[in-house]
Each structure stands twice: as structure tokens, then as C-alpha cells.
Design a protein around this ligand. Structure first.
Ligand code: SIN
Length: 337
């Protein structure tokens, strides 16, 4: 099965077209001659799965629509951080974003499912859930808040970086952990006795370097490309959570595009989504090896029993958020394992 832009989400487009003309965006064909600029900011390096996919999207779009669509990618928090990009999309200052699912926490509770610790066994399980009916419905869930989801892009599974090996949950006791802007991640750190600090990605390196925080969780590609391994003595392989993205556009902007362009962009997005999702695991595995070979940090593997003690310590977080997320969504996600 491919990740074709959900027919449920596509069925929203006629409704959005009506809204677009109400908002004065013009009928779809009015804009046939104007250059359409798609500003696409993100916070990670061009070498990461998301960075590579954004560049591929730009290349394919400009090959297919020369002189009609200009995609401008701004990586590495060059233009803005993720929080600001959520607002900028709503106000039409940027036209496309791929923000971590964790950071939609304040807009929807159902996306919190992606942050439940140890829910997904691996990226394939996440992908099965994202392609399920429930996962595809969630793409259209934020339309009223100004975000139309075009697809999900993976980064990878998260691991802990800290001043000590994270062999047992008690090792987290009293440590200051940087987390993304997510209440589930906050509860997860509290569950193991840590002190969670919500912080944007662009601030993490300096916070680690100056000791403002002690620890953090992320994927190998984010860790390697941002050199966290140069300022953290230990990384423990835990695979305890997922980092992935909702690629989103402003629904009114999207509905106001000329038909041929909108359909073409959706086709390209489908291709890039398949391409990105099939490469993300490999990029992360390669980056783990590079971190190991750098000799700048120690990579710690856990036994099955040690991993179980983390699973047990974090499990109460599920009950805490079950009512918010919905038992049906959690069950659908579990059945993807
Ligand atoms: C990202 O992968 O886009 C950033 C994740 C983070 O904030 O840790």
C-alpha cells in the first residue's frame, strides 16, 4: 500500500474551495499566471530525513512546474522555530511546514498518541498506523485550526543522551531533560523522576553545553547532525518513542491553488512521502554508526530486563492521557504493532 494522499482528506478540497473564494483567494483558475511561492521552513539539518525530503520536494516541484511554482526551503531554524512556524502558516507567512507531531499537542489531543512511551515497536508499526483509516482521518483533523495534513514523514525512534548511562529509570532521577513542547513527554520525564524542560530544538545544543540541561531525547539523525554527541558523554539505546512529522499546508491557500498545480503538488508529495519514509531508518542507522565512530561519546545498549524496567516506569503515562487521546485511537495504534 502506498501513502497516497488520503481520499478522505481529498474530499475536503471542494469544501475548502468554497471557503477560499469566500476569503477572497479567487477561484482556482484565476491564479494560472502568477508565480506561486511556497516558503517551507524547518528546524533540522539538510542531511536529516526531513531535510532530504524537503529538498527533493523542491527539486521535483520546480522540474514539473518551472516558472510557476517556486519552493523555498529554510532548514536549521534559519527562518523560525517550530512554534513560530505553526502561527506563520495560519497567517500565510509560510505555505508549508513539517513540524514534529509532538508539537501539535496544544491543538489536538489525538496526536498525543504518537508520544506515548513504548507504544510503537518500530517505524514499520508507526507506518501501518499512519496508513490505517484512523491515521488517515487524523490528517484532516486540524483543518478548522488552519492545518491541512498532506502526509506523515518519519524521522525515527528516540534514545536518551545524558551525563550517565540510562540503565535504569532511577538514573534519570533529578536530571533536567529537554523535551519538545508536549504534555505527554513532560509526564514521561516526571514518571522517571526527571525534571522536564520544554525547549525549541535550536536551543538544545547550547543548553547542553552550558549545563542548563543535563539530558535530552532524540533520533540519531537529529543527534548526529546537531552534534549533541560532542557535548553528551553517554547515549543509551532505548527506542522509547517516535519522532515524525505532519507535513501541513494552510487549507485556504491550498484550495486557492490552480487545480493542475494542486493536484500535481499532491502527487509529488505522495512520491516524496514514500521516498522519505523508506529511507528514514537507514539514515538513522548510518548516523548511529557515525556517532559511534566519532569516539566522542559512549553508546550504551540495554538488556531486555533493563528495557522492561523503563517500560514499566513509563506505562502510567498511558492511563494519564487515555481519556484525552481516546481508547479507540490507542487501540488502533497498538494493533499496528
Ligand atoms: C525535528 O525533528 O524537527 C525537531 C525535533 C525536536 O524538536 O527535537
Amino acid at each position: 500500500m502506498t501513502s497516497k494522499f488520503s481520499s478522505r482528506v481529498r474530499s475536503l478540497v471542494p469544501l475548502l474551495l468554497a471557503t477560499a473564494s469566500l476569503y477572497g483567494c479567487g477561484a482556482a483558475d484565476d491564479g494560472a499566471d502568477r508565480l506561486i511561492v511556497i516558503k517551507f521552513p524547518h528546524v533540522v539539518a539538510p542531511s536529516t530525513p526531513k531535510g532530504q525530503a524537503a529538498a527533493r520536494f523542491e527539486q521535483l516541484v520546480e522540474e514539473r512546474f518551472p516558472g510557476r511554482v517556486d519552493v523555498e526551503i529554510y532548514p536549521s531554524s534559519q527562518l523560525m522555530n517550530d512554534d513560530d512556524s505553526l502561527e506563520a502558516l495560519a497567517f500565510g507567512e509560510v505555505q508549508m511546514i513539517a513540524v514534529s507531531l509532538s508539537k501539535f499537542d496544544r491543538l489536538t489531543h489525538s496526536f498525543q498518541v504518537f508520544d506515548l512511551p513504548f507504544l510503537f515497536s518500530d517505524l514499520e508499526a508507526v507506518q501501518r498506523f499512519q496508513r490505517s483509516e484512523t491515521g488517515q482521518e487524523m490528517l484532516g483533523e486540524l483543518v478548522d485550526s488552519g492545518f491541512l495534513g498532506l502526509g506523515y514523514w518519519h524521522n525515527g525512534m528516540k534514545h536518551f543522551g545524558a551525563p550517565v548511562p540510562m540503565r535504569d529509570p532511577s538514573d534519570a532521577d533529578g536530571l533536567k531533560f529537554r523535551i519538545m513542547e508536549s504534555d505527554v513527554l513532560q509526564a514521561q520525564v516526571i514518571a522517571v523522576g526527571g525534571n522536564p524542560q520544554k525547549m525549541s530544538f535550536g536551543e538544545v545544543y547550547q543548553a547542553l553545553q552550558t549545563g542548563a540541561i543535563d539530558a535530552q531525547e532524540n533520533t540519531w539523525s537529529n543527534i548526529y547532525s546537531t552534534k549533541f554527541h560532542e557535548v553528551q558523554p553517554y547515549f543509551t539505546i532505548t527506542n522509547h518513542g517516535y519522532v515524525g512529522y505532519l507535513v501541513a499546508v494552510n487549507p485556504t491557500f491550498w484550495a486557492g491553488l490552480p487545480d493542475d498545480i494542486r493536484v500535481g503538488l499532491e502527487e509529488i508529495m505522495d512520491d516524496v512521502t514514500d521516498w522519505e519514509n523508506s529511507r528514514a531508518a537507514e539514515i538513522n542507522a548510518d548516523n548511529l554508526e557515525r556517532i559511534r565512530e566519532s569516539g566522542r561519546t559512549e553508546i550504551v545498549s540495554l538488556t531486555a530486563e533493563e528495557l522492561d524496567s523503563w517500560r514499566t516506569a513509563m506505562r502510567p503515562v498511558w492511563q494519564q492521557f487515555e481519556a484525552n487521546i481516546g481508547v479507540d485511537i490507542i487501540a488502533a495504534a497498538q494493533s499496528a504493532n
